[in-house]
Design a protein around this ligand. Sequence first.
Ligand code: NAI
Length: 511
Amino acid sequence: LYIFGQQLIQSMKVQSTTTQQDDHFLIADYDYKSTNIEKNGDKYIAKPQITNFKFKTDTRIPKVGVMLVGWGGNNGTTLTGGILANKFNITWNSRRGTHQPNFYGSLTQSSVIKIGTCNTEEVFVPFKDVLPMVNPCDIVFGGWDISSLNLADAMGRAQVVDYDLQQKLRPYLEKLVPLPSIYYPDFIAANQGDRADNVIPGNNKLEHLNTIRKNIADFKQQNNLDKVILLWTANTERFCVEDPNVHGTAEKLMKSIESSHPENQCINNFCMCCLFRRMLIHQWITIKYYCSRKKAGVFVAGDDFKTGQTKFKTCLVEYLVGAGIKPKAIISYNHLGNNDGKNLSQESCFKSKERSKKTCVDDILESNKVLYPTEEELNIDHTIVIKYCPETGDSKKAMDEYIAEIFLGGRQTFAVYNVCEDSLLAAPLIMDLLLLCELFERIQFSKDSSEFQRFDTVLSWLSYLMKAPKSESGITTINALSRQRAMLENLVKVCAGLTVDDNLRLEVRYG
Ligand code: NAI
C-alpha cells in the first residue's frame, strides 16, 4: 500500500530520481520533447528540441461541494442519485436481474492507464489511482432549479433510472430540494414555463446575482467545504444579441447586470458569481465576453458535454481522415424525447446546440491538406437535425450518415444508428469534469526553472469531455477523440512522474 497525500492508493508507487514528494506536494521533473518547424521556401525544416518542465501537485484532498444549475433535471438527478447509489452500495432489481452500482462511463473511475511493462506484460491501473483525486462519493451536492420538485420526484419525472432504484434512493433524495433560481423566460423555450414554480422573484438582475452569491456562501459554510464547484446543467439558453457595449468586458457586463439589461442570460449571472468567488465552471457559453477571467482565475472548459453522437463523430472522422479517406458529408438526425429535447424544439435554443455540435470535426479535416487542399473543400455538408419526439424519452436516437470519398472516386457510406441512454452517459462524464477540474486546480507547473504557475484558466486539457471545447487564445482546439484522451492521460502520467507512452514498445521488442 502506498499513501499518496491523504488518499490510499493501492495500485502503484513511482520510484524515480526525477520525482520528489513530501507531505503536501509531489514534484515531477519532465523533459518535454517537441519539434520546432521552420518554413524555408516550400520546405519545412524540423528541429527537435527539449524543454524542461516541473509539475507540482498538491496531494491534499479537499472537501468538495458541487452546486448544479438545473439540479432537478435529468442530468442533475441521475448524477446525484448515481453517486448516492455507489456511496451506499444500493443494489436494485430490474427484469434483467439484480444490479450493483458502478461508475461505467466515467473516464476517471472506470478506465485504465498503461503505466509500463512488467517483463513483457503491459500493466494498467485505474485512471483515478495515478494522482490523488477526490472520491466522487465524498462530494456534497446542492444547487438550483426553476422547478421546485424534490430530487426523488424529479428523478421520477426524468424517467431515466430503473423504478426499483428510484424507490431505494427515495429516502435520500426526497430531502434534497433545489434552491429557487434565476429565470429569464426569454432565453429558454416557452414550453419550459409550466415547470417554473421555483424562481427568485423580481426583475432586478443585480439582486438575483446577490442571492446566488449568498446561496453559494451559505452552502460552503453549512457543509464546511474547502472548495465549491459550480456547473451549469440547466437547459440550453439561446445566445444573447451580442453588443460589445453590454458584453465586451467583465466591467461592462457587470454594469449591464446592475442596470438589469435584457440581453443577459441566466448563465451570465452564474458566471459572474464564479468570477467573484474564484470558482470552477465548465459550460461557459459566453466565454469570450469575460476578458478579465485570467485575473479571476476561474476555470472554464468549453460548451456542452460530449456524450454519444459527437464522441462517436470525432472518433469516426479521425479514423477516416487518418486512413487517408475523405469525408464529404455528415448528416445527423437526433430524435430526442426528454425535457432537453422539448427545450431544443424552439429554434433559438436549437441554434445554440447546433453551434456546439457543428464545429467538432473542423480541426480533423483541416489537418490533412492532401485530402483538403483548399478552403472550399473543407466546407463539407455537415447537417444537424434535432426533432422532439416525446415517446423516445431519454433514449435518444442518433442516426448519422457519413459519406466519404475513397480510391478512384469510389464512395464509402456509414449509416450509424446510435441509441444513447443520454443522461446515463452524461452523468459520469459530468462527474469526470468535476473531479478533473478540481485536480487541475491543485497542479502547478514551471518551465525551465521559472516560478510555478497555475494552468491557464481555459482548461483545454478537458476537451475530451466537451462537445465544443475551448482553447487558450492562439492555440488550435483539438477535437479528435484519441488525441484528446492521450493529452489528458499523458498529463496525469507526467505529473505523477511516469513516462509518456509513444507506443513504440521498444523495451518489449528489443529489451
Ligand atoms: P433537463 O431539461 O432534464 O434539465 C435541465 C433542468 O434545468 C430542468 O430541471 C430545468 O427546470 C432547469 N432549469 C432551466 N432553466 C434554469 C435556470 N435558469 N436555473 C436553474 N434551473 C434551470 O435537461 P438535461 O437532460 O439534464 O440536460 C441539461 C443540459 O445538458 C442541457 O443543456 C443539455 O443540452 C445538456 N446535455 C445533456 C445531455 C444528456 O444526456 N442529458 C447530454 C449532453 C448535453
